[in-house]
Ligand binder design. Structure first.
Ligand SMILES: [Zn+2]
Length: 414
């Protein structure tokens, strides 16, 4: 049974001097990561810490190779202050992401930039045991690549389609992804003695936007992930909102049509049934078979797998059926975005996942739905952006998850 405590965590916990030291280092590092390069004077001005305090912190961070001086500022006349930035090569991260088709594993720096990666077509869904064996093999390949720097690996970040238990690093058995048994990933990676962190794909992608993307300075945002699965990562007051049972953000399984078809989750007419990229591909196949649309039909006749990418390429060549399908997709995504804005009133909505490949075709219909249906449309002009990381966002998100714990000073490395 889950432990209940009367008070939320940390409500009554004070800060001793060591905590303050780590907190201030963490603050300076985060600032350099998000706004850097910056000079010591700028750091003091922004943080409100005294210049001697900043000098001490920077001396420590320089000594531990976490920060480096990158040369004089070019913007001022007179004595030019030296600019500082985070040394992305100070530590490394192992990132793992699972999809329905397989998994990817990578070594990244603190960028996070992918330095080495392995992609596998073994899927947890189809053959869990083989996929886990492959994961262990590929993990060793990554360690071999990193062999000179093993002691500099901070930890392992994992992202997976939900539901996941972030506390126990378990992908939970559920009809939406892993059908029959829950998977405690620590069991398969424990011999390496590295801290492991896990998040759902949408939450990890959302976190990545806050470290490297368009949401570095944003406190409230929604990352709407539209791919084979549909879900959202929600940032509230600078923190990913996970909910009591860490299962929030399942916007893909909100019903938008109570008379609609039954979803695997048990609900009827879920948003995911209308706007997952998989559904769009299925519709295209149907049109190919029954409507005889020549572009779609040609794939079926050649026995070639029709993908979402093909539909985007067709639309780029002015194929009317492709354009129509993507316009329809945009309208359904618009419905999801309206629901999310009505619920959370975010500063920013970022659309990511495979659907963002079709940006040029879905943007207009999404904005039209917002203009027609958003409750406070006279008061709110939502900022709508598209993730620029493509399909790598969940892998980078898994790395950002470790980066996030590191930057908070939780890994004992500064
Ligand atoms: Zn559902």
């Amino acid at each position: 049974m889950e432990k209940e405590s009367a008070m939320p965590k940390n409500t009554w916990v004070g800060d001793n001097l060591t905590d303050v030291k780590i907190k201030n280092r963490s603050l300076v590092l985060q600032l350099l990561k998000k706004r850097g390069p910056l000079s010591r004077i700028e750091l003091a001005r922004i943080t409100g810490l005294t210049q001697p305090t900043i000098t001490n912190i920077i001396n420590d961070l320089l000594a531990s190779n976490l920060v480096r001086e990158i040369g004089p500022s070019e913007t001022r006349t007179g004595r030019k202050p030296i600019l500082l930035s985070v040394n992305d090569q100070a530590f490394y991260i192992i990132a793992i992401t699972f999809t329905r088709q397989g998994f990817s594993i990578a070594l990244t720096d603190l960028g996070p930039n992918i330095l080495f990666r392995r992609d596998s077509r073994y899927s947890l869904l189809e053959d869990t045991d083989t996929a886990l064996l492959e994961l262990q093999k590929e993990f060793i390949h990554v360690l071999e690549y990193a062999t000179q720097s093993l002691s500099l690996i901070l930890g392992i970040g994992v992202s997976a389609p939900g539901p996941v238990d972030t506390e126990t690093c378990t992908i939970l058995a559920h009809s939406t992804f892993l059908l029959h048994r829950s998977l405690d990933l620590r069991k398969y990676l424990r011999e390496y003695d590295l801290p492991i962190f896990m998040m759902s794909n949408a939450d990890a992608a959302c976190l990545h936007e806050t470290w490297c993307g368009s949401a570095k300075e944003v406190q409230n945002m929604v990352y709407f992930m539209v791919g084979e699965d549909v879900g959202a990562g929600v940032l509230i007051d600078g923190k990913i909102y996970q909910g009591k049972h860490r299962k929030a953000g399942e916007v893909g399984h909100t019903s938008i049509n109570i008379f609609g078809p039954r979803c695997v989750c048990g609900n009827y007419g879920c948003l995911e049934l209308y706007c997952s990229t998989q559904k769009i591909v299925e519709k295209a196949r149907e049109i190919g078979w029954f409507g005889g649309e020549p572009y779609f039909r040609s794939f079926l006749e050649r026995g070639e797998q029709l993908t979402f990418r093909h539909i985007v390429e067709g639309a780029q060549k002015d194929n009317e059926a492709c354009v129509q399908l993507l316009t329809q997709l945009g309208r359904y995504i618009g419905v999801g975005v309206v629901n999310l804005i009505n619920l959370y009133d975010p500063e920013l909505v970022v659309i990511g996942g495979e659907a963002s490949l079709a940006r040029e075709f879905i943007d207009r219909p999404i904005r039209q739905v917002l203009e027609e249906r958003l409750l406070y449309r006279e008061y709110i002009t939502p900022q709508l952006l598209y993730s620029r990381w493509g399909e790598d966002v969940t892998l980078l998100g898994a790395a950002s998850l470790v980066l996030d714990h590191f930057m908070a000073g939780e890994l004992g490395r500064f």
